[in-house]
Design a binder for this molecule. Structure first.
Ligand code: IPM
Ligand code: MG
Length: 355
C-alpha cells in the first residue's frame, strides 16, 4: 500500500507528523505500507512555483491513497488565482477524479458540550454528508468576466450536472445509506434551479434500485435550517458541490470540534484522498497547539475505505476515543477538568493507547 503524503501549509506539517507516527506504529506491527512526501498548496508554490507541481501529480497517481494536511495562508493571498493554494486542492480533485466526498459529522460523547447547540440536540449525532466534488458551479464552463450589453463588467459562473455525474454520486450515496440506517436525504434547490430539477429526477430514478433505502428530498435553504433545528433527523445527506461545501461546514460546527473531523474524497476505484476538514490555521501554525486528531482519524478512514483494513482502522479510532475518555484535550476542545496538551503530546497519547 503506497501513500502519497502531502503536508501542505500552516499547521499541515505538524499535524501530519503525528499522523505519520501512527502509520509508523502500524507499519512496525506488520501492516505493509510505505509513503512518500510531496508538496501542495503554498508549499508547492514555494518549491516549484505551482500549487500542484507536476511531480506531486505523478506521485499521487502512482499512490494507492493520498493523505493531505491543509493548504493556504495569508502570504499567498495576493497571488493571482491560478497560483493560489486552493487551486492545488481543486486541481488534485479533478486530476484524480475524486468525485465522492464523504464528510462525517460525529459528536464524540465527551465533546457534546463543546457544540454551540444544546447538548441534547447533538448528543449521539452521527451524520454523513456526501458531497459531489468534481462538478457543479465549481468547474462548470463557461465562466469568467465579460461586458454586459450596457458595457458594464460582470462576473459569471455556470452551474451544471450531467445525468451520468448525478447517477454515479447517487449510487455511492445509496450504497452508504444501505450500510448505515437506510435513510437518505438528497438536498437541492429544485424549486428554482434547472440543474436541481434534473438532480432530483435522477436521484429518484436511481433510488428505484435501492428499495430498502428511504429517500427524501429537501431544499437546501430548509436543510440549512433543519441542520441546526433538529440535526438528528438526518443520517446520510447527498448533495452537489456548492451546497455540500456550505452544509458540511455547518454540520461540522454542530460537533463543536472542527479539529476532530476527517474526510475522504474517492474515485470510482475507491482510491481516495483523505484530509482533515479544518483549514491550515496559519495563526496557530508552528506553536505546537493544533489538534492532530482529525488527521489521525483521516488515517483511520483511509485504512477503512481505500485499503479495507478494518482492524487497523478500528485500532486507530479506538485509541482516539480512549484518549478523549482519559481527558486529553488540545486547546480547541479544552474544557474544565480536562488536560490541555499540545500537538506532540496528543500524538504521544494516541500512540500510547495504540501500544
Ligand atoms: C472545502 C474548501 C474548498 C472548497 C476550498 C478551499 C477550495 O472550502 O474543501 O470545503 O470550496 O471545496
Ligand atoms: Mg469548504
Amino acid at each position: 500500500m503506497k501513500i502519497a503524503v502531502l503536508p501542505g501549509d500552516g499547521i499541515g506539517p505538524e499535524i501530519m507528523k503525528q499522523a505519520l507516527r501512527v502509520l509508523q506504529i502500524l507499519k512496525n506491527d506488520g501492516l505493509s505500507i510505505e509513503w512518500e512526501e510531496g508538496a501542495i498548496g503554498g508549499a508547492g508554490y514555494d518549491n516549484a512555483g505551482d500549487p500542484l507541481p507536476s511531480e506531486t501529480v505523478a506521485l499521487t497517481k502512482q499512490a494507492d491513497a493520498v493523505l493531505l494536511g491543509a493548504v493556504g495562508g495569508p502570504t499567498y493571498d495576493c497571488l493571482p488565482r491560478a497560483m493560489r493554494p486552493e487551486q492545488g486542492l481543486l486541481r488534485i480533485r479533478k486530476e484524480l477524479g475524486l468525485f465522492a466526498n464523504l464528510r462525517p459529522a460525529v459528536v464524540f460523547p465527551e465533546l457534546a458540550a463543546a457544540s454551540s447547540l444544546k447538548p441534547e440536540l447533538v448528543e449521539g449525532l452521527d451524520l454523513m454528508i456526501l458531497r459531489e466534488l468534481t462538478g457543479d458551479i465549481y468547474f462548470g464552463q463557461p465562466r469568467g468576466r465579460r461586458k454586459t450589453e450596457a458595457g458594464e463588467d460582470e462576473g459569471f459562473d455556470t452551474m451544471k450536472y450531467s445525468v451520468s455525474e448525478i447517477e454515479r454520486i447517487a449510487r455511492v450515496a445509496f450504497d452508504i445509506a444501505t450500510k448505515r440506517t437506510g435513510k437518505l436525504c438528497s438536498v437541492d434547490k429544485a424549486n428554482v434551479l434547472d440543474t436541481s430539477i434534473l438532480w432530483r429526477e435522477v436521484v429518484t430514478k436511481i433510488g428505484q434500485d435501492y428499495p430498502s433505502v428511504e429517500l427524501t428530498h429537501m431544499y437546501v435553504d430548509n436543510a440549512a435550517m433543519q441542520l441546526v433545528r433538529e440535526p438528528k433527523q438526518f443520517d446520510v445527506i447527498l448533495t452537489g458541490n456548492i451546497f455540500g461545501d456550505i452544509l458540511s461546514d455547518e454540520a461540522s460546527m454542530l460537533t463543536g470540534s472542527i479539529g476532530m473531523l476527517p474526510s475522504a474524497s474517492m474515485d470510482v476505484n475507491r482510491k481516495g484522498l483523505f484530509e482533515p476538514i479544518h483549514g491550515s490555521a496559519p495563526d496557530i501554525a508552528g506553536k505546537n497547539i493544533a489538534n492532530p486528531l482529525a488527521t489521525i482519524l483521516s488515517v483511520a478512514m483511509m485504512l477503512k475505505y481505500t485499503f479495507g483494513e478494518t482492524e487497523a482502522s478500528d485500532r486507530v479510532e479506538t485509541a482516539v476515543r480512549a484518549v478523549l475518555a482519559k481527558g486529553f484535550r488540545t486547546a480547541d476542545i479544552h474544557q474544565e477538568a480536562t488536560r490541555c496538551v499540545g500537538t506532540e503530546e496528543m500524538g504521544d497519547a494516541v500512540i500510547n493507547e495504540m501500544r
